[in-house]
Write a protein of this length. Sequence first.
Length: 432
Amino acid sequence: MKDPLPALLILADSPDALTDLCGISLLERLRRIVRKLGFGEAMSLSNSVEIMARHAGQSSWYRGEIALKFHERETEEVTIGDVLDCIGATTLPPDGRVLIVSAGFYYDERLLRVLAEAQTESVLIDSDPPSLAKSFWETSDIQGFGRLPCALLLSREWLIGKDRAVSLRQEVASEAVSGRIASVDAAQQPGYVRSMRRNIRPVFFPAPSPEHRALAERLLRDATQKHVLDFPAIIHAPIENWLVLHLCRTSIAPNQVTFMAAMLGVGVTLLYAFGYLWAGELLALVFGVWDGLDGKLARLKEQTTKLGKREHVLDYFIEMSWWTVLAHHFQVSGQVRYAYVWLLVFFGADSLERLARRSAALRLGRKLDDASRFDRLMRYVAGRRNIYTWLFAFCLLIGMPASGFVLLCCWGIASSAIHIVRATQVRGNGSQ
């Protein structure tokens, strides 16, 4: 986010701002989003200050980190004067910009980021809402399919030049139609999300009616799913989605899910170390599902943290501990004569692959797995923890666990070799 940030004014009216989606209200979801954008305080203009203040004090995940100053609104609609009175009680940035956002809407974080970075008066619109989002507009009391000024960036100079008694909505809508206020069109924003390896259309929509709430939650949940998955992850996805929709309504935080996953992973290591291969394998299969929950839950409830973003580092050490204790088990039992050698080659190939992937991603602007059709197909079967776990489970099932260890090492080495070649090709010609 560019500095300085504009001042932030949240329009929080009951009951829309308190609409619950996936375990948190729209007001709370908005607070979490603007906190990630860098805002530390906000003004809140509401027709129900007491209710909103009580709700904000009880539910904020960022409690104490973003300060809200509430102002009571007595008029039926927000007027220019209401906004001027609010911003008069705060310190504006040097350019006098104010980001005004209605808490009665769901917003993709990317849209608010673009709007907050605008340098001229701008209003958020959606000229061509997706069919699912359009249904929320059609069943609400709001008309215009995303053209209502529910999120806008204005300047103090613009506001003081208007009639205080005029409705903010009508004034902005009029000037947007005439072209005197710029538009940030959700339909024109880039949709590719590198970390998700997919395109996710940025949307915003009003608080859904009760009969459409499940549809809205499905839209939010589907946006948490990464694409270009390995085959086991595709099988896990429906189970993970079901669990996430239940976890999101509890007080369990994503970092707590991460901690529980780590405990499961350590349990697998201990079971393998003591020779309980079947018990360890069954727990590893459970781990494969559970490990996919924390990221989805964090994205669904806007609870991503720096620690959570580094969770893959912990996963890597846990995973390598599995193969290390398996190598030790098969070496000391005499079932695999060169188990340690297999492990070292496996680890070396994996390390080189990671370096090659990082270099290719910098060249491409996206991850290697999403670089071409071939790479996306490779992702289905290439060596990864889930694939290794399933291979080892199959070999246990047919009574050949030692062969299973050698097989997963060979699979990983071959996959790394292919990815290193692909990364070299990408660096050489930049083609996808």
